[in-house]
Design a protein around this ligand. Sequence first.
Ligand code: HEC
Ligand code: HEC
Length: 460
Amino acid sequence: MYKFKNSVIAFFALFTIIYAMTAAMPHTGLGQDSNQNGATQLDCDEPPCNAVARGRAAFKSNLSHLGGNGRACADCHIPSESFQLSPATAKARFDALQMKRLQNANADDPLFRPVDADDFRIHGDNASDFSNLVENGLIRVTMPLPLNVKLIDSATGQPTNETSVDLWRAVMPVFNVAITGADGFAPTWPPGAPRLPIMGQDPNGPNRQGGYQHDARFATLQEQARGALFAHAQVTVEPKARLLDDLAAFQQTLFSSRGVKKLANAILSGSMPFPDPDTELNELEQQGKKIFNRACAQCHGGTLHPSGSTPETGIVRPIARYHNIQTPCPRPATDDFSPCPQRLARNARTYRITLANGATQTFTTSDPGRLLLTGQIADLGVMDVPQLRGISKTAPYFHNNSAATLEEVLDHYDAFFKRVARLNPPPNLPPLLSSNGMDIDRGFVTKDERAALLAYLKKL
Ligand code: HEC
Ligand code: HEC
């Protein structure tokens, strides 16, 4: 008996040691941080380490106990790809699956589930056209329509009875999310005059100072994770609050660089002055940083924290968090925007919106942005401003992956700044172009400045 008791104690002691080792393993466990990219390293130095370890496991697990479709967060937010998904990877996985299916008809890759296939509405569970995923790296996101917005049937020109719409959006990298949620900064959205609610809907939408997703519709990482579990993993059981907390805890340890991690720690603990996350910059990159501050920081925050989430007074973000930079398709035919290729243009739908005064307006777009949260025409194409740290590793860019390279991003901004200046001539130049409304002293990147700005963007 005595002996037995001892061995039980010994067993428990051993168990405790093994458990402690397993919990501690992530310190060194998840790959080497060879390229200074914190995204591949699990940081478990700070409590709550157990929640982080559990969250890491849950992020990679198919969570079968929740009755899902076999998807894991990591199927789309791929750890070795800065926790996002590139079209090239989607295509490689699709091709590999087709090859495997030649041998085994039941071969599977949970990335390819009909819930995100682009002909889903017609073919239901038999959907097999994954072209938006394979060609564009885009995932189906289904959004309810506001009460005052109808879809128009292109064949008849008449409103349909659909109550939701399918959008196609890029998988966002989940690093730096510890500091990219709401920023609590004025001006809150929308700036300027108060709006009239239409059909009793909140005219300002949720999260007026920032949130998660391209349209910032979720306030917290928990809310976001719950949404992803239902929408992408098709779980059938309500996830426990602790699972959502664990996923949030894990994601909050993911950073694009050590510099951003230090900045996040300083922001979260309120210890001023905040460290600059930039690594040492050469002369060209320093020049690029100046250009960034002049042309981009109005929306992307200061260079200390390009998502604009820092409470540091020295780098106040002068304009509101949400903007329409004309990224959805089709693009304006003016100002030298490059037209959307057909593989993206085909995602456009025509909508009819009833305005506050009862008049209607019709528009065609691949993504109405925050309009779907507010029912306000002023929110057409309006998106959250993303953070830009680690951007060199997450091509292609924008919510619809419409810019293949950072060069194409700058081409887009050439057209965007031109459009803004044309529509708001002096004395009404907006703050993103002018400090006094009269003279253009912000925005506009000249051909000579490009190399420097690109060099800096690649250092972010
Ligand atoms: C099928 C692919 C897919 C799966 C699976 C998936 N996501 Fe996502 N994730 C996306 C897409 C697409 C977006 C952008 C959606 C939007 O803006 O409407 C996104 C956005 C996010 C964001 C917002 C990041 C930001 O900066 O705002 C977070 C956080 C996130 N996902 C976490 C998760 C977690 C946690 C899971 C697992 C529970 C998960 N995702 C599963 C595709 C996926
Ligand atoms: C008027 C506000 C505004 C200005 C000025 C601005 N941006 Fe943006 N930026 C945005 C918004 C909004 C998005 C999101 C658009 C989307 O996803 O479709 C964005 C997205 C981006 C992205 C894509 C990020 C990703 O993860 O896909 C890059 C890169 C970028 N901006 C770089 C720049 C650079 C460089 C400048 C300066 C030349 C700049 N931005 C100026 C508002 C702005």
